[in-house]
Design a protein around this ligand. Structure first.
Ligand SMILES: Cc1cc2nc3c(=O)[nH]c(=O)nc-3n(C[C@H](O)[C@H](O)[C@H](O)COP(=O)(O)OP(=O)(O)OC[C@H]3O[C@@H](n4cnc5c(N)ncnc54)[C@H](O)[C@@H]3O)c2cc1C
Length: 485
């Protein structure tokens, strides 16, 4: 039986980043990915001549000194990014806002919010500086790391403003700025937080909110070939460093002796490893260990989100009505933001011929949805499940038709994905996406079931649902493993 220093289960961004860094240190790594290609929620797949993003569409963390740039330098790779001058366009009723670095459109619409945005930018800059510092301490001894953090943290983080905000909700923060009575502004903030923090202002911690609201400011970008190019580059790098990335092989179970995983059993073989890194949640780990899923998880999953997604092949004419390749729509009349009442549309770059032929674009359009009703519909039978899919599709297309008249005439074909699709393609428990709700600065506990040579990585283990945050979490996870090897 072949033995490795580390086996990485799952080739999402978290698994790939950790595996590449371990391989760069000369460790023998094996990555097992159940799908035929790498990337998980940040993959790009082909269908009938189009390349669609499975979930993520906007590159984050690629700014100077950002985590993706740090990673590129460490691994000596180059990301094919295309800057987005307008990160996305926000439309709600008759209001249209262009979200960009300068925030002109935002301040024009909501002039009273200026001091809020100044404070947000200051806090986010401080937190980015801490993330930068964390990354710059990579491979240093623990004592050097602690000493350096103690030097930077008091100046950057222990300001009265940050200490005040760390126990406050984003809603309370808006009140502090006297913005809570502006319904349109609050809805705008809630729509942004739902995308980036998986929750709205009443239950989002203010510090997380400051970071989540920062994306349009911090050099967002498209990736040539689709977001999956990042995962492909990482996979190729691991192989070129001597590691193995095997797609189409699912880890089925772990053999455990006392507090150690001694063997990984997959759909095609058995392997030994000193360390195991699982790119998933405690619930996924429970399944691999044949344990009960923790009841706290079962309860929480009812409240957390999945995604309903439409992959649409369309004529590029629809782009003539958009100011950016990304569009967020909010249906004011619906009074809520999920279940098709708000959506996020991302289009391939019209000149990116790797994604669609001349004159065509590949679109991914998603809305938040509660996962449980989808499983209940599935249990009732295919007719109920299919009817539910159709109802969501119609609702999304109707909202698009209002804001982009003629949209449906330009659709060549579409495919719908539900939380069941995500569960199947990404292995995520119940199809939950986007990590956990960031209502406290203390992340929820991770359950390793007492196993000492197993580490979790991915967006359920580190705050922030994004490529950037998953990358920082993966660097920290890799660092822990490398110290044990
Ligand atoms: C609809 C949507 C839109 C998003 N938009 C953005 C965006 O615009 N920008 C952004 O930065 N982020 C975005 N995100 C978030 C981002 O995509 C995720 O946070 C990130 O990709 C998660 O990476 P991960 O490492 O946690 O793992 P995942 O992507 O969940 O990958 C886990 C991998 O492990 C594999 N796996 C699981 N179990 C096994 C097993 N037993 N054996 C073998 N393989 C296994 C899966 O197949 C999968 O490939 C979005 C997410 C979604 C769902």
């Amino acid at each position: 039986m072949r033995s490795y220093d580390t086996i990485i289960i799952g080739a999402g961004i978290g698994g790939l980043v950790s595996a590449a860094l371990l391989a760069a240190k000369g460790m023998e790594v094996l990555v097992l990915e159940q799908q035929q290609s790498v990337g998980g929620c940040a993959a790009t797949f082909s269908h009938r001549g189009f390349r669609f993003d499975t979930g993520a569409t906007i590159g984050s963390g690629f700014q100077t000194n950002g985590p993706m740039q740090w990673l590129a330098e460490k691994l000596n790779v180059c990301w094919p990014t295309q800057p987005l001058d307008v990160a996305w366009e926000y439309r709600e009723g008759k209001n249209t806002l262009l979200l960009d670095k300068n925030r002109h459109s935002l301040l024009q619409h909501f002039p009273a919010s200026e001091s809020f945005w100044r404070e947000q930018a200051d806090i986010a800059d401080r937190l980015w500086a801490v993330s930068e510092k964390l990354l710059s301490l990579y491979q240093r001894s623990r004592s050097q790391q602690i000493a350096a953090l103690l030097r930077v943290l008091p100046a950057k983080v222990c300001t009265s403003k940050i200490l005040q905000l760390c126990t406050m909700s984003a809603e309370r923060w808006l009140q502090k700025h006297n913005l809570h009575r502006d319904a349109a502004f609050c809805r705008f903030i809630d729509a942004q937080l739902l995308i980036s923090a998986q929750t709205t202002s009443s239950s989002c911690n203010a510090l997380y909110a400051a970071m989540a609201l920062d994306l349009p400011r911090k050099s967002p970008c498209s990736i040539v070939g689709g977001i999956g190019t990042v995962a492909d580059i990482l996979g190729q790098k691991i192989s070129s460093l001597g590691g193995q990335v095997i797609c189409g092989e699912k880890a089925l179970s772990f053999t455990v002796d006392k507090d150690q995983i001694t063997e990984v059993v997959s759909s095609k073989g058995r392997y030994k490893a000193r360390e195991v890194l699982f790119n998933g949640s405690s619930a996924g780990l429970a399944t691999l260990l044949s344990k009960e899923i923790p009841t706290s998880w079962q309860k929480e999953s009812r409240a957390r989100w999945g995604a309903f997604i439409l992959h649409i092949a369309a004529d590029k004419e629809i782009m003539e009505q958009l100011h950016s390749s990304h569009l967020q729509l909010v249906d004011t009349a619906a009074g809520k933001l999920a279940e098709g009442a708000s959506l996020f549309l991302s289009a391939s770059h019209p000149h990116d011929m790797t994604r669609a032929a001349e004159g065509k674009v590949a679109l991914s359009i998603s809305t938040h949805t509660a996962v449980q009703p989808w499983w209940e519909a599935w249990e009732k039978g295919n007719d109920t499940y299919t009817a539910m899919k159709l109802a969501y599709t119609d609702k999304i297309l109707a909202l698009l038709e209002i804001h982009v008249p003629g949209f449906q005439d330009n659709v060549e074909f579409y495919m719908a994905g539900t939380p069941l699709t995500y569960a199947r393609y990404t292995g995520r428990h119940l199809g939950l996406v986007g990590g956990y709700s960031q209502n406290s600065i203390v992340p929820p506990g991770r359950n390793h079931f007492g196993i000492k040579n197993c580490t979790l990585v991915g967006d359920f283990t580190f705050p922030g649902q994004s490529m950037a945050a998953v990358t920082v979490g993966a660097v920290l996870a890799e660092d822990r493993i490398a110290r044990r090897l």
